[in-house]
Ligand binder design. Structure first.
Ligand SMILES: Cc1cc2nc3c(=O)[nH]c(=O)nc-3n(C[C@H](O)[C@H](O)[C@H](O)COP(=O)(O)OP(=O)(O)OC[C@H]3O[C@@H](n4cnc5c(N)ncnc54)[C@H](O)[C@@H]3O)c2cc1C
Length: 420
């Protein structure tokens, strides 16, 4: 696999350029080659391909893709091997620093800058965790404050133990994965902290810190980090206003995912305020129809298997688009979330008349727990409705099959009738 230390080692022109070699990018690359697309280049800024699973040293990955349970790194290498065997060119050490109509990509490598022209581009750059700075945590700026991703890289790829007694901020699934990473490295967290009255992950996960003897502080905020040059402690604030000082030598700031959509934001691709990712139609087509998006860049956050599946669908859509079989929509229907409790909905528009392929569901996430009824309306009234009883950040799906062929008007509105 070529590491792009010199931009001249990269091709100048390909049929499809894929930014990101995670499950979505690699699945799309494999599919495109299987569909007979001659030149497919996957570009990744990391020194090795495979995306986030490369540093998730735990199970369970790979059930959908390989019908077996794998650890993240084994899963990532299998995806890379499959894409390479299919004939995709995978270039690591190549950061895409700009996109432009054409499409054109501006690349940065250790050897300098270069440009790549493509007939189509797939953005598959995944998600990242929200940083300590963006969460406005006060106090000092000591060493030893890391994201889960950085912790996993240090532990699983670097064989390092960055601290011994950290505090874990957050209770999403990834926060418990940080807990397991700590355990793997012989690190013993001193607390888990969550601002909400219950954990964000499914309830059974709360048993893990209990089993490991790690205090779980609910309805508590981490307001300040102290220490110089390294972390020495944190200040927590409970819902009743009281403060709690905890001695710790590190902080793992977990979750609060956001799509890695910097390229789209700096470029000419329209973003969706709800998801934070590019606005797409059911084929993953962006506002510039030569650009597509798949995987967790579309929304925070789904599993590797889900992202892989979206990559396969994007591969098919890109191949169809190159063959002129993905016609411009005769009619575009906007998907609008009319209730602030709906944090995001995608795809953000439907291209009609509908083809049998593409996304089969609208994907929704809630901003808070809601009980009531979810209603989808077009110009003629309700086209779909169902009881809703969901916590925030859970996957909610609305099947398109029942109504996509008979939508009237140019807007599909998602609303919630809440139970008193
Ligand atoms: C810390 C963390 C832990 C997670 N743990 C799990 C887990 O245990 N299980 C699970 O199912 N999911 C987990 N996830 C969710 C994860 O997003 C998915 O598993 C999956 O990796 C998404 O695949 P993807 O292809 O969309 O993106 P990614 O796997 O994130 O791949 C995106 C790739 O794009 C590259 N890239 C980004 N920008 C550029 C650029 N400008 N130029 C070149 N390359 C670029 C990145 O280097 C990366 O390799 C985790 C996510 C994070 C952040």
């Amino acid at each position: 696999m070529p590491s792009a230390t010199d931009p001249r080692a990269l091709p100048e022109e390909v049929e499809v350029a894929i930014v990101g070699s995670g499950p979505a990018g690699l699945a799309a690359a494999t599919r495109l080659r299987e569909r007979g697309i001659a030149s497919v280049a996957v570009l990744d800024r990391e020194p090795a391909a495979g995306g986030i699973p490369r540093h998730c040293g735990h199970f369970p990955f790979g059930l959908r893709e390989f019908h077996r349970l794998l650890r993240g790194p084994d899963y990532a290498s299998r995806l890379v091997a499959r894409a390479a065997a299919a004939g995709a060119a995978i270039h690591t050490g190549a950061t895409v620093v700009g996109i432009a109509p054409g499409p054109r990509l501006l690349l940065s490598t250790a050897g300098g800058r270069g440009e790549l022209a493509a007939r189509r581009v797939l953005l598959a750059t995944g998600v990242r965790e929200t940083s300590r700075a963006a969460r406005l945590i006060g106090g000092d700026r000591p060493l030893g404050v890391v994201s889960t991703g950085a912790l996993q890289s240090l532990v699983y790829l670097g064989g390092k133990r960055p601290f011994r007694r950290p505090v874990i901020l957050g209770t999403e699934l990834v926060s418990f994965s940080a807990l397991l990473t700590c355990r793997h490295a012989g690190i013993r967290p001193v607390a888990m902290v969550e601002a909400n009255p219950r954990i964000t992950a499914r309830r059974f996960a709360a048993a893990l810190p209990r089993l490991l003897g790690i205090p779980l502080h609910l309805e508590t905020e981490l307001v300040a980090i102290h220490g110089s040059p390294r972390v020495e402690g944190v200040t927590l604030q409970r819902a009743d206003g009281s403060a709690l000082e905890i001695e710790a030598d590190g902080v793992v700031v977990t979750g609060a995912f956001t799509p890695e959509a910097t390229l789209a934001r700096l470029g000419h691709i329209a973003l969706d305020a709800g998801s934070g990712g590019p606005a797409v139609d059911q084929h993953g087509r962006c506002s510039d129809g030569d650009f597509f998006a798949a995987g967790n860049i579309l929304r925070p956050v789904e599993t590797a298997g889900w992202s892989w599946q979206e990559g396969i669908a994007a591969g098919d859509a890109l191949a169809d688009s190159l063959a002129g079989r993905l016609p411009p929509a005769e009619r575009l229907v906007k998907v609008v979330a009319a209730n602030p409790a709906i944090k995001l909905a995608l795809p953000q528009r439907l291209a009609l008349p509908a083809r049998p392929d593409g996304m089969t569901h609208l994907q929704l996430r809630l901003a808070r727990a809601v009980r009531g009824r979810l209603v989808v309306r077009d110009a003629g009234g309700a086209v779909w409705q169902q009881p809703l009883d969901s916590l925030p950040e859970r996957r909610l799906l609305v099947p398109l099959k029942g109504f996509i062929d008979r939508i009237s008007g140019d807007t599909l509105t998602l609303s919630i009738v809440e139970q008193a």
